[in-house]
Design a protein around this ligand. Structure first.
Ligand code: GAL
Length: 337
């Protein structure tokens, strides 16, 4: 009987040791497939979709290079934080290797962060930035995006440079003041407040006189921006000289509305989406700020694979700094008429 018990204990210890050893092995060795969960705040955001499609392209390149499969599970929360939380709970229960979140409500990330941390899964936020205290409340929480202030400054700089070059064309009534409207992104989004603040501050610092005709929020989207601009066109007509838009999609809505009323105005966006670039190339938009969706998607995928295979230590300083800020540049039209 004693012998049997001893034998049983030995078996248990042996199996335990094997399990322990397997858990200690670097993740990369025992993984042929990396399971990555991505949750987006909505389905139809052009810029966010450019980042995600770049992630997909990069995942294929990674698979070809390493022979490991990257299973990217992408879900959309339809603007509901509750829905997003459910999606993340699902990723946790299925033991995903890394979770990437494009947060619905960027002011309320703490519960989600704690939950993912408890499951011991690395978490990367992108594009919609949680507050700093939330990013640092647990280990293995990161943010990838641009510097919102810098995007506003560069938009302002582009307006100032082009005003110098095309003063007569821009200041249609030649009163030495630029009459402007501003299309704002979602309220409460880090990019909305900072882009509005710094584009205007930059223009003031450049000594450009401005008169605000109106401002309204179109939630980053083309159609609401088109509808708002249609109203502005009726109200202000040719008095509109400058349209400052917090992103390209809304700027394109303004392009369409003003074109329909035969009103010419200098329209500026931010993002450099494919459609935004096209409009800059053909002179419908005067400039945009390139937020480099391609680079953001690439860095995201690099981070994801590094975290999933325990190679994150190779990413210089990121473990401590937690933030990756992708540089932005200005993309200006050479076709202004
Ligand atoms: C901004 C971008 C917008 C929209 C928004 C969504 O950075 O400029 O176009 O994508 O993020 O969070």
């Amino acid at each position: 009987m004693r012998k049997k018990i001893l034998f049983g204990v030995c078996i248990i210890l042996f199996v335990g040791a094997i399990v322990w050893y397997a858990l200690q092995k670097p993740k990369e060795e025992n993984k042929d497939e990396l399971k990555i969960g991505v949750s987006l705040y909505i389905k139809d955001d052009a810029f966010v979709n450019s980042i995600v499609s770049q992630m997909q392209t990069r995942a294929v390149i990674y698979e070809q290079r390493t022979g490991k499969k990257v299973a990217l599970n992408i879900s959309c929360a339809d603007g509901s934080q509750r829905e997003q939380n459910k999606q993340i709970e699902k990723y946790i229960s299925l033991q995903y290797d890394v979770i990437c979140v494009n947060l619905v409500d960027r002011t309320n990330a703490a519960p989600l962060i704690d939950q993912v941390h408890e499951a011991n899964i690395p978490l990367i936020f992108f594009n919609r930035e949680p507050v700093k205290e939330d990013i640092f409340r647990q280990e293995d929480v990161y943010y990838i995006g641009t510097d919102a202030k810098e995007t506003g400054i560069q938009q302002g700089q582009a307006v100032a440079d082009l005003y110098e070059k095309y003063t007569k064309l821009m200041d249609k009534n030649q009163d030495g003041v630029l009459q402007y409207v501003i299309l704002e992104g979602e309220m409460g989004h880090q990019d909305t407040a900072l882009r509005c603040e710094y584009v205007l501050q930059t223009l003031q610092q450049e000594g450009i006189l401005l008169e605000k005709l109106d401002a309204d929020t179109a939630d980053w989207l083309y159609s609401p921006a088109e509808a708002i601009t249609e109203e502005w066109a009726k109200e202000f007509g040719d008095d509109i000289e400058l349209v400052l838009s917090n992103n390209d999609e809304m700027a394109l809505g303004a392009v369409s509305a003003l074109k329909a009323q035969n009103i010419s105005a200098a329209i500026f966006g931010i993002d450099a989406t494919p459609a935004g670039r096209e409009a800059v190339r053909n002179g419908e938009m005067w400039a945009t700020v390139d937020c480099d969706a391609e680079q953001q998607g690439k860095i995201l995928l690099d981070m994801v694979t590094a975290l999933a295979t325990d190679k994150i230590t190779e990413k210089e300083g990121i473990k401590e700094s937690r933030y990756v800020r992708v540089p932005v540049t200005t993309y200006v039209s050479e076709n202004i008429k």
